[in-house]
Design a protein around this ligand. Structure first.
Ligand code: 2HG
Ligand code: ZN
Length: 465
């Protein structure tokens, strides 16, 4: 419960109608896509200016009020969960284009802007904001930056970090920082911008961002190939990568495809069934399709590829993408336990063999769905909950195996969270990817930017008690 005096100060800062207290709003703003935690914030505030955010943060410091920054809440690690009486600051009203410069191909937007709106703005100016993923229709730029979102084009365009050329943030101490101002070259000491990217709201609130745009892509062609084994997927990736500049190389298993077809009503890419499928995308340029077809023949001759299809129209390209992009949404039906792990692509083949063995031995009674951005070395291993098993018991059992996967990842120098962030869900696994010294340094950095630890407490790591 918020003390009356704090409540009236919040109302004075943002206007009474922008302080939400109704249970429905608290429920809606208090969780992300995870299902393990119950929403229990004390209130939601919707500022419309950076100075308002600063006032709220200063007030929160004065009365030791924990704050959870909130974007589109499409996260999968509990980074935006407010389950312990926190105040939610949602940036939904700071969501417009603030500046656009065609010469610099740079746009400054409010952090509450929806990703798809930014993509549409770029397209209107004959440019491209290339970070893309299934949740682009509701995720917000600030959240993307706070979690360094990846997605389906990372093999070609990199992660969100690669497109952020300026940030305006309010730190946990209540200071406004205007970082890097859209510069391409700026060697003036520590680049704080990169500390805030991927910090999951633990250091400051990202209020505005300046993003680099690029020239638009040509239309793309998609190939879906049916593939015999895990090892063969990696071989196919190598073969295609050496000859064609890929914009995506994704994979999914037959189980993933079956479920998407059944629940979304999509059609199979071809009649042959295969244990795995690779979705390969490249820009449609002269000769490239014939090169791709020759590579397909080469892979088929090796016995790696069982069948394949090449898109012949934009509609078919889109339809083939749906088979991959709709997997995550489809699987919610089974309340899955999600792994989002990565190793270097060169280690992928050995790692896949070991993780497959481990998972088969440890989850004999669970259904496993494999998919992900294999071209980036990133696997989304989803374990489906059996209908009759209570969720907490299911998650506990999966959590135990996750520790073994963590050990395996540590051995391979991999990551326990490739693109979804750590939040609450992966916190206990952090030591498998980051050393004790690194975690201690993270704590010191947090203390510098957020001395009273009011910002997203308990996310990524726990404060020392
Ligand atoms: C994807 O690649 C998303 O589809 C979601 O990162 C992955 O739900 C997941 O596990
Ligand atoms: Zn993903």
């Amino acid at each position: 419960m918020l003390p009356d005096q704090v409540l009236s100060q919040l109302k004075a800062i943002v206007g009474p109608q922008h302080v939400l207290l109704e249970s429905e709003d608290l429920q809606r703003f208090g969780v992300d896509r995870t299902t393990l935690w119950q929403a229990n914030p004390c209130a939601v505030v919707l500022p419309s200016a950076v100075t308002m955010v600063q006032k709220i943060i200063r007030l929160a410091n004065d009365c030791n009020l924990a704050v959870v920054p909130s974007g589109g809440r499409t996260g999968l690690s509990g980074g935006a969960v407010a389950s312990d009486g926190e105040l939610i600051i949602a940036l939904d009203r700071i969501n417009t284009v603030i500046d656009f410069n065609a010469i610099d191909r740079a746009v400054t937007v409010g952090a509450g802007m929806i990703t798809a709106d930014l993509q549409a703005f770029a397209a209107k100016h004959d440019l491209l904001y290339p970070v893309d993923f299934a949740a682009a229709g509701s995720s917000q730029i600030g959240g993307n930056i706070a979690t360094n979102a990846g997605g389906i084009n990372v093999i070609r365009y990199g992660m969100t970090r690669d497109w952020v050329i300026g940030l305006k943030v309010v730190t946990g101490a209540g200071d406004i920082l205007d970082l890097n101002q859209g510069l391409l070259k700026n060697n003036t000491g520590y680049d704080f911008r990169h500390l805030f990217i991927g910090s999951e709201g633990t250091l400051g609130l990202i209020c505005e961002a300046t993003l680099q745009l690029t020239r638009p892509q040509a239309d793309t062609t998609v190939m879906v190939l049916g593939i015999e084994t895990f090892a063969a997927i990696v071989e196919v990736l190598e073969v295609f990568k050496t000859k064609i500049e890929l914009t995506a190389f994704e994979f999914f298993s037959q189980a993933a495809l079956d479920k998407v077809i059944k629940r979304q009503g999509h059609s199979a890419p071809f009649a042959t069934q295969a244990p795995f499928y690779a979705l390969i995308e490249f820009e449609t340029r002269t000769q490239v399709t014939s090169v791709a077809l020759a590579l397909f023949e080469q892979c088929a001759a090796q016995g790696w590829v069982l069948d394949g299809v090449v898109s012949q129209s934009l509609a078919q390209t889109r339809a083939l993408w749906r088979l991959r992009e709709d997997i995550s949404e489809t699987l919610w039906h089974w309340q899955p336990y999600k792994n989002d792990i990565s190793v270097r692509v060169s280690k992928m083949s050995d790692f896949l063999a070991e993780v497959d063995q481990l998972v088969a031995a440890r989850y004999p009674d669970f259904e496993i769905v494999w998919y992900g951005h294999i071209g980036d070395g990133n696997l989304h291993l989803n374990i489906l909950k059996p209908e009759d098993l209570p969720q907490t018991e299911f998650f506990e059992r999966c959590g135990i195996v996750s520790l073994e996967i963590g050990e395996l990842l540590a051995r391979y120098g991999g990551s326990i969270s490739a693109e979804h962030g750590v939040g609450l869900l992966k916190k206990s696994l952090l030591p498998y990817s980051r050393s004790p010294v690194e975690i201690a340094l993270m704590r010191s950095i947090k203390k510098t930017f957020d001395p009273k630890s009011i910002l997203n407490p308990g996310k990524v790591f726990d404060a020392l008690v």
